[in-house]
Design a protein around this ligand. Structure first.
Ligand code: NAP
Length: 267
């Protein structure tokens, strides 16, 4: 029997690519969007969901229950970027980013778990980021939110084992998507002491995303994870230099790693 997959943020980029790949491999795929009508050409059904809105999450899961659909796999993919100097990002914007990248996925997971518990089975895949392993300059809040999602996956995994529910993370490096366009960029004042460094880092950041890999390969990885009996806790996918940075951080003395990071960002 075909498995049913739900992907948050299926309208664009990584979520869209994963959905299209799984569709080709005979899965029943549902994606989500805050505005499904904007995507009439989506190859799979897009359901309305705003991960920041608890009522929207409740409505989404109630609909699944009403339609008696299974949730074999949930992919928490919806997410947004945020950049800026830690000192100058408005705290409200930091909280908003955490709503989408951290609390939203928790609310959705917790709303879906009773369904999976009933099924005595389920797999949840959280899309985090290689940025979640490193406190990146001018991306501190994004790094923190994704790193936090990586950590709570470890907690959930142990708590959920007794119910036959599995959870894992995929941390991508740079992939060519719409993420740079929809990112929140903190405004800095003309006389900001961070202006020059922030501008040059942002320039590099956009270059990296534009040169990013094709998100289709994430579809292949997700398929491999679904087929695996015992998914790993953390998966990393991206350019070798990005994956290697996590290993370097683990093995190098902190101060050497920090120096390398600053050289990489020309800071
Ligand atoms: N691209 C990269 O290089 C990269 C690297 C590491 C990790 N990631 C992560 O990968 C995931 C997908 O990003 P992407 O690169 O594919 O970006 P994208 O092209 O901008 O897609 C983001 C998706 O998230 C959805 N979304 C945003 N806010 C939402 C909200 N409040 N509620 C529900 N859905 C929301 C959007 O759907 P609607 O606008 O239609 O609602 C869209 O489908 C994110 O979690 C991102 O952090 C990306």
């Amino acid at each position: 029997m075909s498995k049913t997959v739900f992907i948050t943020g299926g309208s664009s980029g990584i979520g869209k690519a994963i959905g299209e790949y799984l569709l080709l491999n005979n899965f029943i795929v549902f994606g989500t969007s805050r505005n499904p009508k904007k995507y009439p050409n989506s190859k799979f059904t897009l359901l309305k969901l705003d991960i920041n809105d608890l009522n929207s999450i409740k409505h989404f899961t109630n609909n699944i229950k009403k339609k008696k659909l299974r949730i074999d796999i949930l992919i928490n993919n919806a997410g947004v970027g945020i950049t800026g100097p830690m000192e100058e990002i408005p705290i409200l914007e930091m909280k908003k980013n955490f709503e989408t990248n951290f609390f939203g996925p928790i609310n959705l997971i917790n709303s879906v778990l009773p369904i999976m518990r009933n099924q005595k089975k389920g797999l949840i895949i959280n899309i985090t980021s290689i940025a979640g392993y490193i406190g990146l300059p001018f991306r501190g809040i994004y790094s923190a939110g994704k790193g936090a999602l990586e950590l709570i996956t470890e907690s959930y995994r142990i708590e959920l084992k007794q119910f036959g529910i599995k959870m894992t993370n995929i941390a991508p490096g740079d992939f060519s998507t719409r993420i740079a366009e929809s990112r929140y960029h903190s405004p800095v004042s003309e006389d900001s002491p961070y202006k020059i460094n922030y501008k040059s880092t942002l320039h590099l950041l956009n270059q990296h995303v534009n040169k990013g890999k094709n998100p289709l390969i994430l579809g292949k990885l997700v398929h491999r994870i679904i087929k695996s009996n015992n998914p790993k806790i953390h998966y990393k996918i991206g350019a070798p230099v990005q994956k290697f940075s996590i290993i370097l951080k683990r093995v190098l003395p902190d101060l050497i790693f920090e120096k390398m990071l600053m050289l990489f960002y020309k800071l």
